[in-house]
Structure formats: C-alpha cells, structure tokens
Design a protein around this ligand. Structure first.
Ligand SMILES: NC(=O)c1ccc[n+]([C@@H]2O[C@H](COP(=O)([O-])OP(=O)(O)OC[C@H]3O[C@@H](n4cnc5c(N)ncnc54)[C@H](O)[C@@H]3O)[C@@H](O)[C@H]2O)c1
Length: 439
C-alpha cells in the first residue's frame, strides 16, 4: 500500500517508519524545511530509542522518503494520515485544530483517486466529520464516502517506547463509516493480525472518544495514586506497597500506579483539558476529569515546596542540582514537563539552579535559556549544590555514586520525586532523604 504521512513529529515519524517496516511505501511530509532537510541527510529531529536505525533501514530499502511536497507525496496514496499537532488552544483549553484543518484543505487539492484520509492526531469527537466537510467543500467534484473517506485511527504509542508500542500494540482502534475505508485500514495493519493484535473497528466518533477516554483514565489513575501518596505521608504508610497491594488485583492492574510529581508530557495535560471542554460543549458534567486536571496542576507547582522544606524552609542563596528535565526518561520531549513548573518556582524562592538531562537539554534550553546553569553530567550539576532534586528517572541517575555525591555536595540533601532510591539505603549513606509517599 502507498501511505502519505503528514507531520514528521513524534507520532508521524514513528508511524511512517513502522508502516514502511511493515512493507508499505511511505512518504512523510512536513512543512518544517529544517526537519525534512535533516531527515534527508540521515539525521533524526527527535530523540526516540531505535528510530535512527529503523528510519535508515527503510530509507535504504526504498520504502521510506521525506519531502516538503504534498502533491508528490499524495500521488497514488491509498491512505493519507494527518499526524500534526493538536495542542491546547490558548485561553480555553479546547484542542487547537488549526493544523488539522489546514492539512485537510491541502490534502483536498491533491486527491486523484480513492483515498482514506485518516486522523492519527488526537482530535475531539466530530473532527473526522469536519475534515470530510472541508474536503467536500474544497472539492465539489468529489463524492464523500465514494471518491474519498475519512477515518479515525488514534495513536497510543508512548514516547521512549514508541517503536515497540506501534509494532506490538495492545490494540489498534479504527473508526470508519465505509467498508472501503475499513478494507484499506485492515490491509495497512495486516502485519499485526499475525500477532493477533485486536483491531477494534467502530464508527468515527466512538474512535475519537476512545483516545480521550483512554488518556483521561490513565491520568486519573496517576492522580489517584498521587493522592494516596499524600495520605501515606501523613499516616506513615508506604505508597509503593499500597500500589503493589492494589495493583495485583486484576481489576485494577499494576501500571500507572507510580506516585510522582504529577503527570506531564505532550498528551495527558492537553487531552484531559480538551475532554473537559468537549463535555462542556455538550452540557455533560465531567467532574472526575476536571478534578484530575486541577489536582495535577496544583501538585506540579507544590513540588518546589518539598525542596524548600527539605532545605529548612527557604531556597534563598541555595544551589539546587536538578537531575532530569524531560517529562519522562528516553525522550527529549519537554512539553508540559513538571520541570517547567518546579524550576521557576524554586528560582522564584531565590535558588540558583544547575541542571542536567541526558537527551533533553537542547529542547529544554528553549524554555530555560540562561536562567539555569547547564551541566554536562549529574556530578557536574552537584558541584557545590545544597540539594539534589531527581525529577526524571533516567537510567543514568539510578545508580549514583553516593560517596562521590557526598564529596561534591555542600549538604547531603536528596529530594527524590520519582522514588528511585531506597529510603533506608539513603539514610545509611548519610543523606537527608525526601521521597514521595514513603516513610
Ligand atoms: N507525542 C506522543 O506521544 C503522542 C502519542 C499519541 C498521540 N499523539 C497525538 O499525535 C499528534 C501529533 O503529535 P506529535 O507529538 O507527533 O506532534 P509534533 O509537534 O511532534 O509533530 C507535528 C508535526 O506536524 C508538522 N505539521 C504541522 N502542520 C503540517 C502540515 N500542514 N503539513 C505538514 N506538516 C505539518 C509540524 O511541522 C511537526 O513536525 C497530536 O495530536 C498528539 O496529541 C501524540
């Protein structure tokens, strides 16, 4: 099959490369000339483990290419995927669909045979119909559902494990109204039938809602365990054991029960907000998701207070070593990362901040600029610091040399917002240690 992928971001590039690896012919398009140039010269614009090799192999095999030219990319395409950003719209929290709509207009101009226009971007209920209407309006010569279809195929991959998530997903969700569209989608995902991946076929609106429901549920689970952690801190219980004790119940499941500084990233914050807005539009109360959004925002901001308390109530004239800036390990994605709340709050309290992140510093520099000191390793960040704050649980921070730390730090205070270390071990090594929800 021939696939045109619009957008070479975290989702478009991974999906395009994986479809090519399945054996399809994929052309990826982006408007960002620097990204296309980088890809065409063998570079990868994002950090995602394994992606460089997957892209290189499929380019070499002649199945994957990159262009700025949508007309060329759409020639003979059976499916064109829209994988552009849908960030929060400034002011109201609705999903900003301007990139999706612009892409739809552009697609309309180049439809020259039956094609399925698939929204892979996370889009609110009803967007597939909007895309259909935009194309129909731009091309009155085409009959919707006959000369082209629109379908919804939300993406569930996680950054940092994106390739295996795409190739071995728990399920694939496809929302389509026409059998011809379902046939194209079935053929595209045929390699996954071999692994017996469940493919959920449904209508467009249901598929669109499934994505938001999934993200809202996961965000709720994280927020729930974070609140349990707060109770643990007051009562002397241990949140990791609470998580284990409830997670072994098959009805609950053990995933997404890690207490921490609050969820961030390019999906949960904006998708929970957008779901709340959609529900408001339809006059439906979504008190649970509203509470989740609110609790998480407050939590991220409150994390700086823990550092403050650990340092005796003030960060004035204190130097803080921050380990990890990205919203999670194995990505360079900084969108809505807790570090964006925690670091400014610590600085506002008078702290000097030294930072390190294994892969995210280039991205993070766009947010923090000269306001922090950039360090070339965790120990460099600790030089002369009064406190260490572990913000992202990169592997590189999981086996720190305690002796070396003691020799570099002004004071042995360690605030572990990811519960990476064992409290007793830390105390045995002479640290004043603060973590989340553990005695
Ligand atoms: N990042 C994730 O982990 C993830 C996971 C699941 C779903 N999603 C959803 O997938 C969508 C894309 O997310 P992302 O993180 O890949 O975004 P991104 O910002 O990394 O990439 C979007 C790309 O689209 C390009 N683009 C925008 N308009 C274009 C146009 N008209 N023509 C060509 N290119 C265009 C941009 O230049 C950019 O390179 C979002 O809706 C997001 O919610 C993301």
């Amino acid at each position: 099959m021939r696939v045109c992928m619009i957008g070479t971001g975290y989702v478009g590039l991974v999906s395009g490369a994986c479809f090519a690896d399945f054996g399809h012919d994929v052309v990826c398009v982006d408007k960002d000339a620097s990204k296309i140039e980088r890809l065409n010269s063998g570079g990868i614009p994002i950090y995602e483990p394994g992606l460089d090799k997957l892209v290189a192999d499929n380019v070499a095999a002649g199945r994957l290419s990159f262009t700025l030219d949508l007309a060329e990319a759409m020639k003979g395409a059976d499916a064109v995927f829209i994988a552009v950003g849908t960030p929060s719209r400034r002011g109201d929290g609705h999903a900003d669909l301007s990139y999706v709509y612009a892409a739809s207009e552009e697609i309309a101009a180049y439809i020259d045979q039956y094609v399925v226009v698939v929204t892979k971007s996370t889009v609110p209920v009803g967007t597939g119909k909007e895309v259909l209407d935009i194309i129909a309006k731009a091309r009155p010569d085409l009959k919707p559902g006959v000369d082209f279809s629109t379908a919804s195929n939300p993406e569930f991959l996680r950054e940092g494990a994106a390739i295996s998530d795409f190739k071995r997903p728990d399920r694939v969700v496809v929302g389509a109204e026409e059998e011809a569209a379902r046939d194209v989608m079935r053929e595209l995902y045929r390699p996954l039938f071999i692994n017996e991946t469940p493919i959920v076929f449904t209508n467009r609106v249901t598929s669109e809602l499934i994505k938001y429901a999934a993200n809202a549920f996961l965000a709720t689970k994280i927020t729930f365990i974070n609140e349990m952690a707060d109770i643990c801190e007051k009562t002397g219980a241990n949140v990791q054991e609470v998580a284990k004790g409830i997670g072994l119940d098959g009805r609950i499941g053990s995933k997404f029960l890690h207490a921490g500084p609050g969820y961030g990233g390019s999906c949960f914050p904006k998708d929970t907000l957008a779901l709340v807005q959609t529900a408001k539009d339809y006059g439906v109360p979504t008190k649970i998701v509203e509470a989740v959004v609110d609790i998480n925002d407050t939590r991220k901001k409150a994390m700086a207070d823990r550092v403050k308390e650990a340092c005796g109530g003030s960060l004035k004239d204190k130097t803080v070593a921050v380990l990890g800036l990205t919203f999670k390990p194995n990505t360079d994605d900084m969108r809505d990362s807790p570090s964006l709340d925690v670091i400014p709050a610590m600085k506002a309290d008078g702290a000097t901040v030294r930072v390190h992140d294994p892969e995210g510093m280039e991205e993070a520099e766009k947010s923090f600029g000269e306001t922090v000191t950039w360090c070339d390793g965790p120990y460099h960040a600790m030089e002369g610091a009064d406190v260490v704050v572990l913000l992202t649980e990169w592997d590189a921070y999981r086996a720190l040399d305690f002796k070396k730390m003691q020799s570099l730090l002004k004071a042995p205070i360690f605030v572990d917002l990811r519960n990476v270390y064992n409290p007793e071990t830390m105390r045995d090594h002479g640290f004043s240690y603060v973590s989340i929800g553990r005695p």
